[in-house]
Structures are given as C-alpha cells and as structure tokens.
Design a protein around this ligand. Sequence first.
Ligand code: SAM
Length: 333
Amino acid sequence: MTPLIDPFARAISYLRVSVTDRCDFRCTYCMSEHMTFLPKADLLSLEELDRLCSTFVRMGVQKLRITGGEPLVRKGILTFFEAMSRHLQTGALKELTLTTNGSQLAKFAQPLADLGVKRVNVSLDTLDPKKFAEITRWGRLPQVLDGIAAAKAAGLKVKINAVALKGFNEDELFSLLDWCAREDHDMTFIEVMPMGEDMSPLRLDQYWPLKDLRARLADRFTLTDLTERTGGPARYVRIEETGQKVGFITPLTHNFCESCNRVRLTCTGELYMCLGQEDMADLRAPLRASPDDAPLEQAIRAAIARKPKGHDFDYSRQKVAGQITRHMSHTGG
Ligand code: SAM
C-alpha cells in the first residue's frame, strides 16, 4: 500500500491515540473537578480502535503512542494492547508505547512489557505527597511511585514528564532531576498551557516559561543542545556534569514543523493533523458506515492531504492555548 505522505513530503509514521477521555486524576491545570465526559456511544469501541489503528499501521504508521484521559483506566485496555502487539510481531509497527499518570502501572506494567511495550512516559510533577495530592486532586503519590517501580522492574524504560509550574515545583527542579538520575529515568519538562476559556488567575501565576527553567539549570550545569529528535515536540539537552538527557516541550512553539511526522486521533475518532490548528477529520463516520476499509483509507488520505506546513501564526496566543488545551483533554496532551 502507498505510504501516507503529506503535501510537504513528510511521511506520517507516528500516531498518537487517545483511548478515553476519562481519568482517575483531576490535575488542576488539565481538568475541572466535575468534568462532563463524552457519552459512551460517541467513544470508539476497542474493536473500532483496533480497526482504525491497524489501518494506519497498514498505511505506514510505525509508532503508536496510547494516551487518554488516562489510558489505563479504559476497560479492557490490555485487549487493545494485545491487538496492537500483533503489529509489533509482524514488524510493521516499530514501537508501541503509552503516556500515563502511573496510577495503574503496578497492575499493568508487566503485562504491557510482555506485550512488547518497551518504554512508558509517566506524568509526575512533584515528589512531595502533599503537593501531589493538591495538584492531581484525586491522585496519591505512593500509588504512582509503586507503579513507576513496577515499570522499572518489568524492564520498561521510564520517562518522567513534569509540567513546569511556577511557585509549585520550581523548588523541586534539581531534586526531581536528581531522583530521575538515581532511578535512571529520562526527564522532560512541559511548559504549562494556560487553560483557554476558563483560564484562572492562579494558572497565569503558575506560568513558568521553559526558557527560565532552562536558564536556572544553566546556572548550575553545562548544557549541550542535542540535535536528536523523537518525532515528538521535545528538544533535548545533555547535562554535561551528570550525563543526563533532559527534554523540553513547549507546546506553543512550532518546533520541528518541517519534520513533523505525526497526527493525533481522539477517542471519538477525530483526526487532528496539527497540534496548533483546529482542522480535523472525522474518521468515525467512514469507520462505522462500512465494514470495508476502503472508504476509511480514503478519508485518512484526504485528511493527510490537508496536513498544514506548520502552526498557524494568525491565531492569538490565547486562542492557540484554548485549542491545545482541548487537544490535551481529548487527545492526551
Ligand atoms: N493521563 C495521562 C498522563 O497523565 O500522562 C495521559 C494524558 S495527559 C492529558 C498527557 C500530558 O498532558 C500529561 O503529561 C499532562 O501533565 C499534560 N498536560 C495536561 N494539561 C496540561 C496543560 N494545561 N499544560 C501542559 N501540559 C498539560
């Protein structure tokens, strides 16, 4: 089958899939405490997710990142990972991975490793149990640390993703890095996205630009920029003194548009071709309309033909923030 190539000659090889909008945490910068979730009928079933992802794999996707909501709270999620692992076995898929809050990893790490998952991104903003409970509202740190330990014990490579929050985890910059170095976890910082429409003064106060965080690191350490790309939006530096690799994700910055190889699928089957733009294609309709995959493949090709060159500079910062926040909660950040 002809691979998916967009109008700017970029091969689409990375699909990020949200399998649920539900989450067992209510991180203050991500969800309101009383979230209204999508009606079940709108969500793709696990079989539909399998069919859709398998179609993408047939069309050249080599890396699948499963996310949410919280992917590991989706009922029957292992069945889905098992289904995807058959593409690892054929070699069509090179990597099957996930982004999780870690709460369910104690239970799932070993089965995931057994199914061929090699790496996992765990979101963790603080190592202080009180602050953890405050920022996640419903989460408990020991449960997540147990999950991370289980992942390590199962042989999974862990990357910790921490949202940088002024006045919240500023004081933990070095302790988080030290902990990651000791535990042999990679570490990436994410710049917090203001919450668009319901942005509160508190969140604005918490905006900690990663250039400031980086400057603080550079006060203590020698940082070397790395050219390495993972297909994702992160830039990496090496801390020369410790050899640690640290990533920075600035969702508003149009890093690497020219080499962007990824698209995102929501749990309702909407395909977003670019993080910074609202344009999306509904793949649920062609999926449900026919058991034949041809119309679905056609819809995917038509969507990829609309993948923009890069983020749209005409949007105001606030509007982009709103878009991205919506992406985060529906497509998993
Ligand atoms: N539940 C999973 C997790 O916690 O990793 C996957 C979904 S979560 C939405 C994905 C990532 O988006 C997490 O690292 C989370 O911290 C990040 N995120 C959510 N809201 C954000 C915001 N407003 N600004 C920056 N990152 C955000």
